[in-house]
Write a protein that binds this ligand. Sequence first.
Ligand SMILES: C[S@@+](CC[C@H](N)C(=O)[O-])C[C@H]1O[C@@H](n2cnc3c(N)ncnc32)[C@H](O)[C@@H]1O
Length: 318
Amino acid sequence: MKLNHIYCGDSVQILKEFPSDSIDCCVTSPPYYALRDYGVYNQIGAENTLGEYIDKLLCVFSEVHRVLKKDGTFWLNMGDTYSYSSRDSNAHKTRSLLQQTNIGSLSMPNHESIDLKTSNLKPKDLMGIPWTIALDLRNKLGFYLRQDIIWAKPNPMPESVKDRCTKSHEYIFLLSKSKKYYFNADAIKEKADEKSIIRYNSRFNTGAKEMSGAGRLKQGSNTAGFKKFTGYKNKRDVWIVATRGYKGAHFATFPTALIKPCILAGCREGGIVLDPFFGSGTVGVVAKELNRNYIGIDINGDYCNLAENRINGGNKNA
Ligand SMILES: C[S@@+](CC[C@H](N)C(=O)[O-])C[C@H]1O[C@@H](n2cnc3c(N)ncnc32)[C@H](O)[C@@H]1O
């Protein structure tokens, strides 16, 4: 297993060669189902049914579970999609556009003709793929499902829908291999707003006597249990981060600000961060910047080269 290296190939096959209990943290975003064509045979996301897609992802994540250290964490980013209908069809539009413009000759499955027959989905249904996978990771693979972090996007993809709200969030599931695991909450704590600091500290100090209203402490209240507020609070589970494309990548890349907290909290300095769907290599860029080692895997040779140049070619847009 080589550190700070991009393996070009199928992630399950490559992960099988890695030793067990060797990786500190995995951060990844798998391909969507039936939305993008990465132009390579054996790519994940081009299966004929949703069930096959989920099974393939579980094969990858079962290997992720094996290679993670006992105190390791897995941060899985996934967005949901709608089953296709002619009225509510951003997925369809995107798919058509990709088929016109690009890469590879694989034709993507059509939800209406194939998948809807083999599932209970109706046209326009939200597929619920992120939660289906999160529950499988917990129930079938033995991961501890620790948190559903909401990635709220202030600049979502515009949608022309009139019968629901515009989709502007994705999930980051935090999973661990064991009940106790490495998590550096201090490394990602957030600055509290001024008002909260003043309110908390005035309760803690003798000023409590002068306070009025609901926050007032009675005279003689025991303040021994109060800690003086440092001005920082535990990071919350809604992360507002703008999407940001990367030149040359025909797919959704991670904004660096989204995965910094995952790596800071989930991996000690000098540790190893894995991304089995490396794409443009954002995990490598951030790991390098934060003095962690990375291992990237991607099935598309062009993306492996793109990522290599981005990480080691000094690209200022990284
Ligand atoms: C959503 S993109 C990842 C983007 C990445 N997070 C970034 O910031 O650039 C998903 C990637 O999975 C890769 N992929 C698809 N099937 C794969 C497989 N079987 N093994 C490894 N990589 C695969 C695609 O080539 C694509 O680059």
